[in-house]
Design a protein around this ligand. Structure first.
Ligand SMILES: Cc1ncc(COP(=O)(O)O)c(C=O)c1O
Length: 401
């Protein structure tokens, strides 16, 4: 389609990047091949001389990866004048690692908020120091603390954030972070996994790179582990962090890209249902005397509700509650019937997990408590089942607490 940029977001989710294969197939075929054939030696010469583009080898590129990257770039760059490009990885962690390695090297520094997804936290604190990349943390990347940290570490190349954050649901002010980071010459990298481009588009707020675990809402059906980078700096995708894909080898298969593209087509539709169910469940949970605290950015009681209102179109499907202690959390989980006890998130099914014993178990108890991850916390990824069924599953389980 010639004027895709004129289309609304749901139309772009459906149409952007689709290939319309010469066979006439309406849905893109899955290109399960490792290599591509050259017609003759002249075709090889023309490709080698840079006169023509050619597909050569699936680690370097394949049609399903290209189609998915175009669709995701259209959504992350929705409404923007700058050209946004994306690259697809075989996992969210592949994308996180490539984003950091693409922007920082030995001797550089990274500043992040206090709470991050457990494996990202492990990468930053335990793995990056082996490559002489140091890091420090600023709670909520608050303006004063961030200014101070960047002033003290002029070698900072990256300010890294997750918003809403996993699992505390804290919300970081993207525009304010960009303003301060750019004044100090650092790039801003935003993990947009919880919000998705349907609810929040950090590149349009000045961020440099967006990360996704496409495993989550982007795919939506729990069938694939995948990741992505999007950037408003095409060079970063073509020659920086995006290009690291071929050297690190964290490449997604054609089938994985195809499944993720199919999922992405319904993202705007699914997010509407996810958000509306989350709104109903969050207000039920907040009013329950069995629940100590309910963290959902759409509740006026959320500490960063105002920031969330400024930068998000809706508040997402992730809710965290505090049931007071680990025993209550376990009793609650054991009494659920429809919802599944599982890590991951963003599936059409409601998923429930206990960060202390699951996603954030590699952190010490002391480190968890310091960033607000308590033993009674339960993280909920609200699915698209009937809201009354989700609420009655939770109501029944809370009776055991
Ligand atoms: C916010 C966030 N970022 C990154 C990741 C890592 O993604 P993946 O598991 O696809 O490697 C996760 C996984 O749960 C996540 O929740």
């Amino acid at each position: 389609m010639d004027d895709e940029e004129q289309l609304g977001m749901p139309s772009q989710a459906v149409h952007a990047g689709e290939m319309h294969d010469p066979s006439g197939a309406h849905i893109d075929p899955i290109h399960m091949t490792s290599t591509y054939v050259f017609e003759d030696s002249e075709a090889i010469r023309a490709w080698g001389a840079g006169e023509v583009d050619a597909r050569v080898y699936s680690r370097v590129g394949h049609p399903n990866r290209e189609a998915l990257s175009k669709k995701l770039a259209a959504l992350e760059g929705y409404g923007m004048e700058d050209k946004v490009e994306a690259e697809i990885f075989s996992s969210g962690m592949g994308a996180v690692t490539a984003a950091i390695m693409g922007l920082a090297g030995a001797g550089d520094h990274l500043v992040a908020q206090s709470v991050l997804y457990g494996t990202t936290n492990h990468l930053v604190t335990q793995i990056l120091p082996n490559y002489q990349i140091t890091s420090s943390r600023v709670p909520l990347l608050n303006a004063e603390g961030l200014e101070q940290e960047l002033g003290a570490n002029p070698n900072t190349k990256i300010v890294y954030l997750e918003t809403p954050a996993n699992p505390t649901m804290s919300v970081i002010d993207i525009r304010e972070t960009v303003r301060i980071a750019h004044a100090h010459g650092a790039s801003v990298v935003v993990d947009n996994t919880f919000a998705t481009p349907v609810l929040q588009r950090p590149l349009s707020m000045g961020a440099d790179v967006v990360i996704h675990s496409t495993t989550k809402f982007i795919n939506g059906h729990g069938t694939v582990i995948g990741g992505a980078l999007a950037s408003r700096h095409p060079d970063f995708i073509e020659e920086g962090g995006g290009a690291l894909l071929r050297y690190m080898g964290a490449v997604p298969s054609a089938l994985d890209c195809w499944l993720t593209s199919i999922g992405l087509k319904t993202l705007p539709l699914r997010m509407r249902e996810h958000c509306s169910n989350a709104r109903a469940l969050a207000s039920f949970l907040e009013s329950s005397d069995k629940v100590g605290r309910t963290y959902w950015p759409g509740l006026p009681s959320h500490p960063q509700h105002e920031v969330a209102t400024k930068q998000m179109d809706d508040f997402g499907a992730m809710i965290t509650i505090d049931l007071g202690d680990a025993i209550s959390a376990c009793r609650f989980m054991d009494a659920l019937q429809m919802s599944s006890l599982a890590v991951s998130l963003g599936n059409v099914d409601t998923l429930v997990q206990h960060p202390t014993s699951m996603t954030h178990r590699l952190m010490t108890e002391e480190d968890r408590l310091a960033v607000g991850i308590t033993p009674g916390m339960i993280r909920i990824s609200v699915g698209i089942e009937s809201p009354e069924d989700i609420i009655s599953d939770f109501e029944r389980a809370l009776e055991q607490v």
